[in-house]
Ligand binder design. Structure first.
Ligand SMILES: NC(=O)NCCC[C@H](N)C(=O)O
Length: 398
């Protein structure tokens, strides 16, 4: 069954994106705008990603690839008719270049169209070109921008219960990603009948900010990416559909190191989180519940207290990630807190976060280590690189 009600129920199916030609578009001139800290070695990034996928399969997880789902989806005429105009609505193109680009895209078979939607299209790759915009562009300029951050499938959709929230990404370099995930969930037969809980044109909300703390309890970070208005919209929708009774709205610092809640906190057991020490005891949360027709927003209290109350446990256990502040800061930056749980007490983590992983193991967590020196140049770890499509429900356990 599709969906999830926790971060730690046994992972059955996950959607990944194997990085490809879109990473080859990164240059020292555009990497900041495209949200990468360095220029990755693409072949090695693919090897690291393949090893990640293999580790998941070795643990019984079905791996779906976004590219393959998109190719299948683009076999359907309605899907093609929906996505091509959406790509051309970019105001940079102007009418004439948009017409040319439309013809180019319409001529592509599903495989090439999927590839172009992901890796973009440079002016020089158009078969023919004319007009003011075309003439004034550099031949390397993009007519369709590449999506190197598609690798981080966590952010462009998130399953809550049996519904999928197709997110609304805040950074212009990522906005188009959720048009692709929406297309897949709308037209791919595997997802027929799945109800959408959120849409890309609503207030900004990114999957990396959404943590399913326990059945009925969702924490949502609000900072650089997810806005308070996005949290409010999600609250209304999860309460209206009975998918949650409490949402914890968690303000996080608006900076790159903490762009999403999952950069500072992830769950490794039903009542245990791995957390960045400087924020573990200072992070605050507002518990949001429904009171009649209105949202009831409680005063801020320590996140861990608010979470324990909502989850109905005595306390949320914390494994912190480093012995000294410098190590903790280095390993937080390198996604040490960004683990992907495959089951309670089993988590995938980047191998380079030596101290954090040692701490996890000392606390009884089985750590599956993966290499990520190249993958990490996009600033995301195992949780960021995975969208759980199906997890064993914790609410179904006796
Ligand atoms: N959930 C996450 O933290 N995802 C990582 C996203 C990294 C990407 N380069 C970004 O800036 O959006």
């Amino acid at each position: 069954m599709n969906g999830a009600d926790s971060e730690v129920g046994r992972l059955a199916t996950v959607m990944l994106h194997r990085p490809g030609a879109e990473l080859k578009r990164l240059t020292p001139r555009n990497n900041d705008k495209l949200l990468f800290d360095a220029i990755p070695w693409v072949g090695r990034a693919q090897e690291e990603h393949d090893a990640f996928a293999e580790a998941l399969r070795d643990h019984g997880v079905e791996v779906l690839y976004l590219t393959e789902l998109l190719q299948d989806t683009l076999e359907y005429e309605e899907a093609r008719e929906e996505i091509i105009p959406a790509v051309l609505s970019d105001r940079q193109l102007g009418d004439r270049l948009a017409r040319l680009t439309r013809r180019h895209l319409e001529d592509l078979d599903p495989e090439d169209l999927a590839q172009t939607l992901i890796s973009g299209l440079a002016r020089e790759e158009l078969k023919t070109g004319r007009g003011l915009v075309y003439d004034l562009m550099d031949r390397h300029d993009f007519v369709v921008d590449p999506l190197p951050n598609l690798l981080f499938t966590r952010d462009s959709s998130v399953w809550i219960g049996d519904r999928v929230a197709v997110t609304s990404l805040a950074m212009p370099a990522r906005a188009r990603e959720s048009l692709l995930t929406r297309l897949i969930y709308t037209h791919h037969p595997r997802f027929a009948g799945v109800e959408h809980l959120y849409e890309p044109w609503l207030e900004h909300l990114e999957g990396g900010d959404v943590l399913l703390m326990a059945p009925g309890v969702i924490a949502v970070g609000t900072g650089e990416r997810t806005t308070p208005a996005g949290v409010e919209r999600l609250c209304r929708r999860v309460f209206a559909t009975g998918l949650a009774h409490t949402v914890l709205a968690v303000p996080i610092a608006q900076q790159r190191a903490t762009m999403h809640l999952d950069t500072i906190c992830t769950m490794v057991d039903a009542d245990t989180v791995v957390m960045y020490p400087p924020v573990a005891y200072s992070l605050q949360a507002h518990a949001v519940t429904m009171s009649g027709d209105e949202l009831r927003v409680a005063d801020a209290r320590p996140f861990l207290d608010a979470a324990a109350r909502a989850m109905g446990v005595e306390r949320v256990k914390v494994i912190d990630t480093g012995l000294d502040p410098v190590t903790a800061e280095r390993e937080q930056w390198d996604d040490g807190n960004n683990t992907l749980a495959l089951a309670p007490r089993v988590a995938v983590a980047y191998e380079r976060n030596v101290e954090t992983n040692a701490r996890l193991e000392a606390a009884g967590i089985k750590v599956i280590r993966i290499a990520g020196s190249e993958l990490g140049s996009g600033r995301g770890g195992p949780r960021c690189m995975s969208c759980p499509i199906s997890r064993e429900r914790l609410s179904a356990l006796p």
